[in-house]
Design a protein around this ligand. Structure first.
Ligand code: SAH
Length: 227
């Protein structure tokens, strides 16, 4: 699966993809993440990518030409399943959306800045708009990194123990059960006995009950959704 991320601050995206699971996915050739510097596509002398908003008001607006040039160059090289704009007014990212996207082949992600991007870029090119939550960040880079991480870890072969993604929170409208590791006794705080007994069916049952209990207490809305 290939991601092309278009950004005016590509440096912001270096670290998130250079570690851990995302780095491994790229090394294994399961995913390819290419970051494009929007400024390389600016045609004017100042290499500017933003301009004053029509109608006045505060904040700069990102202009059409650099985005159009970059998107059209990419589209001439391969077909894209989605062109996603990270935006606080998009649909809120959840595990279902991450699952849907994890079976796609090529995705472009646009990162906005300042006041946002010219509406016509959204009208002409964008196929999907995704928010990572009801708050406003300064740019689309961190949201893009969040989206790519959520999607890539679901691609088969990325996690070493594939079943671990399936038991994660939200995967089946349930939060995950609590987890423990050694030592079994930390200053009198003990690991539940059931986990030490080695009875796998009983442990699975316990984990399911714990997941249900935690979901009921913290996110009853998830249980209603699954009914
Ligand atoms: N004026 C816009 C916010 C612009 S913030 C508004 O009120 O909707 C600048 C850029 O940061 C946005 O264009 C978007 O790409 C990114 N961004 C900020 N918050 C985000 C969020 N919650 N989810 C996804 N992208 C976000």
């Amino acid at each position: 699966m290939r991601f092309d991320i278009i950004s005016v601050l590509p440096g912001l995206l270096e670290s998130p993809f250079a570690h851990s699971i995302l780095q491994r996915a790229q090394k294994k050739g399961i995913s390819e993440i290419v970051v494009h510097n929007l400024r390389d596509y600016a045609t004017n002398k100042q290499k500017s990518v933003d301009d004053y908003p029509y109608g006045g008001g505060s904040g700069m607006v990102m202009t059409i030409p650099p985005f159009a040039a970059c998107i059209e160059k990419l589209q001439s090289e391969r077909e894209y399943d989605e062109i996603i704009f990270m935006s606080p007014d998009g649909e809120t990212l959840n595990q279902g959306i991450a699952n849907q996207l994890s079976i796609k082949k090529n995705i472009i992600i646009l990162c906005g800045h300042y006041k946002g991007i010219d509406q016509r870029i959204r009208d002409i090119y964008v196929t999907r708009e995704i928010s990572i939550g009801d708050y406003v960040l300064s740019g689309g880079e961190l949201p893009a990194a969040v989206l790519v991480d959520a999607v890539v870890r679901l691609i088969p072969g990325v996690l070493s123990d594939e079943t671990s993604a399936l038991s994660d929170s939200f995967q089946d409208d349930l939060l995950d059960a609590p987890v423990y590791t050694r030592p079994a006794d930390w200053n009198g705080h003990k690991v539940p006995d059931i986990l030490l007994g080695g009875n796998t069916p009983e442990i699975e049952k316990w984990r399911h009950e714990q997941a249900l209990e935690r979901t009921r207490a913290r996110r009853p809305d998830l249980l209603k959704r699954g009914e």
